[in-house]
Design a protein around this ligand. Structure first.
Ligand code: DAH
Length: 360
């Protein structure tokens, strides 16, 4: 075999053996590059006699053409093999769950969620939000709310008192959200329609009591507000909050110094099978206290009880959150356990709205 034939066989074998495009490129450079083997052969033409050059030149150029074509074909094969391999390696399983972005991994605490839910419901009924401080005066927490000095109802509140000030006044951690009623009536003219969600404190701790808990107070003061309005508002609230079409409610006579008459409200439910279902069953669950605001309270807050009347209620937020979301120990709310929160918490961007759904 001539040198040229050997070289062609060699190059053809190398081209066929090139495993990838980089290896193939190396073969091309080694053959056709400036210092390549075929280029070197072409360079020898210059020293040949014209006759010899004619035949040798044609022969070398034919080999060059065939090698170039072989390179092109092999490159196509390698290119599509590389693409196939990449497509196989980069497949995406679109059925896998989407990984959460970092901004979505935090969770909203169920208490905050429930506060947002009830705010959405009452805002829809035309209520404004009122707030007051956690550290209250005895006057606003008790006296203006018609708790006489030394009345046993004060004792029932298990109050956390601060040390007396120089003038003898003792501040306290508010035992209920009702002092916000006082603040609202003192600073606003009727008609008044507010809810007051917030923290409250009592010296008590067991499965259903924690020293700090949450209430939402409601207050309506106008000239003609009556118990019928109160019942309607509470029923509509319960249906919207528990996301059921109907709730049976029971209004039981009770006593609070700041309302007359006073009632406690139970809702009918089914507690069988370890879960609470609303709108069915034979059990009753107490969820709030309410009543017509006592004329003394209206007077204590600078309004004329012969002109204005109204109603109020106080509901335990933690309690309704436990009922709605199946949490059985109140203390879990305050243990700050991230595992608990990631299970019971809510996605940060799912804001509860009446139109979009409260808890979905
Ligand atoms: N403040 C009461 C409590 O904490 C709850 C309550 C009852 C509030 C009746 C009210 C009401 O506004 O009218 O036990």
């Amino acid at each position: 075999m001539t040198d040229l034939a050997t070289l062609e066989t060699d190059l053809t074998a190398q081209i066929a053996a090139a495993a990838d495009e980089a290896a193939l490129e190396a073969v091309r450079v080694a053959a056709l590059g400036k210092k390549g083997s075929l280029s070197a052969l072409l360079a020898t033409l210059g020293q040949m006699a014209p006759e010899e050059r004619k035949t040798a030149g044609a022969a070398i150029n034919q080999v060059k053409d065939r090698v170039t074509e072989a390179l092109t074909l092999r490159r196509e094969v390698l290119k599509s093999a590389a693409l196939d391999a990449r497509l196989a390696a980069e497949t995406v399983d679109v059925t896998l769950p989407v990984r959460e972005s970092p901004t979505e991994t935090g969770r909203i605490h169920p208490i905050s969620q429930v506060m947002d839910e009830l705010t959405a419901i009452f805002a829809d009924m035309g209520f404004a939000i009122a707030e007051g401080p956690d550290i209250e005066t005895d006057d606003y927490n008790f006296t203006k709310l018609n708790f006489p000095e030394g009345h046993p109802a004060r004792e029932m509140h298990d109050t956390f008192f601060f040390n007396p000030k120089a003038d003898g006044e003792r501040m306290l951690l508010r035992t209920h959200t009702s002092p916000v009623q006082v603040r609202t009536m003192l600073s606003n003219k009727p008609p008044i329609r507010v809810i007051c969600p917030g923290r409250t404190y009592r010296c008590d701790s067991d499965q259903t009591h924690t020293p700090m808990f949450h209430q939402v107070e409601g207050l309506v003061i106008d000239k003609g507000s009556h118990i019928g309005h109160l019942k309607w508002i509470l029923e509509e609230f319960c249906k919207a909050f528990f996301e059921v079409d109907s709730v049976k409610m029971r209004f039981r006579p009770s006593f609070f110094p700041f309302t007359e008459p006073s009632m406690e409200v139970d809702i009918q439910c089914n507690r069988q099978g370890g879960e609470v279902r609303f709108g069915e069953g034979e059990d009753w669950l107490e969820i709030l206290g309410c009543g017509m605001v006592h004329p003394n309270v209206i007077r204590n807050c600078g309004l004329d009880p012969d002109v204005y009347q109204g109603f109020a209620w106080g509901m335990g937020i933690d309690r309704i959150a436990m009922l709605k979301y199946g949490i059985n120990d109140l203390r879990q709310f305050f243990e700050a356990d991230v595992r608990w929160l990631s299970h019971y918490g809510f996605r940060p961007l799912d804001l509860p709205t009446l139109a979009g759904g409260l808890s979905s």
